[in-house]
Design a protein around this ligand. Structure first.
Ligand SMILES: [Zn+2]
Length: 239
């Protein structure tokens, strides 16, 4: 009988010992896994592709010619404001005279305004005095409504005689991506053209007098922001 009790005691003791060893092993193994995972998890954080894209700072400028327009420019300004994006507008003097409050709003909201002549003329095809007048009249109008001095000009059709450039002291700003939005008048085609070509440092040409172009511009802002682009005004790209 005594032998039997000892045997039972031995079995129970062994069983308790096994349970205790199991508990100790589990807690040790858990500690081992946690310790070995820590460096891996830091490494993964460092290699996050989103972080490197944001630090990469690819820059692009959106520019809009021929406005302001009483409806579409306002729609664009609202969309840009919601997204915290600044753009550059090359306005026509005649339209500035017609819609001065839109030009004032552009300026107040932090966008850059440049000269696109008074009546959208090809400056190299008219007399120098007439060309000079086209520029100075537009400068005077913009400065009257915004209180800011004009520094940039985008000559219609990209042509600005050298003598005129020296005389006016304005910096000419051309473009590097032209989807011909005024011709295609199709939001998807404009978006596709720009997204397939855009790269760091590009100046995109659009016209805020067409709803299709305004819609395209806002889609482009959303997409390129996701791709790590930062939108800047032309003064940050042209020197
Ligand atoms: Zn134009």
């Amino acid at each position: 009988m005594k032998k039997n009790i000892n045997f039972h005691f031995l079995i129970i003791s062994l069983f308790v010992l096994l349970i205790m060893m199991n508990i100790i092993w589990q807690s040790f193994a858990k500690q081992l896994i946690t310790t070995s995972m820590e460096p891996f998890s830091y490494g993964e954080h460092d290699a996050n592709p989103d972080t490197s894209e944001i630090n990469g700072k690819k820059r692009v400028a959106l520019t809009f010619d021929d406005g302001p327009h009483p409806v579409y420019t306002l729609k664009l300004l609202e969309g840009l404001k919601q997204r915290g994006v600044k753009a550059t507008f090359f306005v026509i003097g005649l339209n500035v005279k017609e819609y001065p409050e839109v030009v004032k709003q552009m300026s107040d909201e932090g966008h850059i305004i440049g000269n696109h002549t008074y009546s959208h003329v090809q400056l190299s095809c008219i007399s120098e005095s007439k060309a000079s007048e086209e520029i100075s009249m537009t400068n005077a109008l913009i400065e009257e409504y915004t209180g800011k001095k004009i520094q940039y000009i985008r000559p219609p059709y990209g042509s600005l005689p050298k003598s005129l450039q020296r005389e006016t002291d304005l910096i000419p700003v051309l473009w590097t991506v032209d989807p011909r939005d005024w011709s295609v008048l199709n939001t998807d085609a404009v978006v596709k053209h720009i997204l397939s070509r855009v790269k760091d440092g590009d100046i995109i040409l659009l016209h805020d007098i067409f709803e299709t172009s305004v819609d395209a511009a806002l889609i482009i802002v959303d997409q390129l922001t996701k791709e790590g682009y930062e939108f800047v005004t032309v003064d940050e790209l042209v020197h």
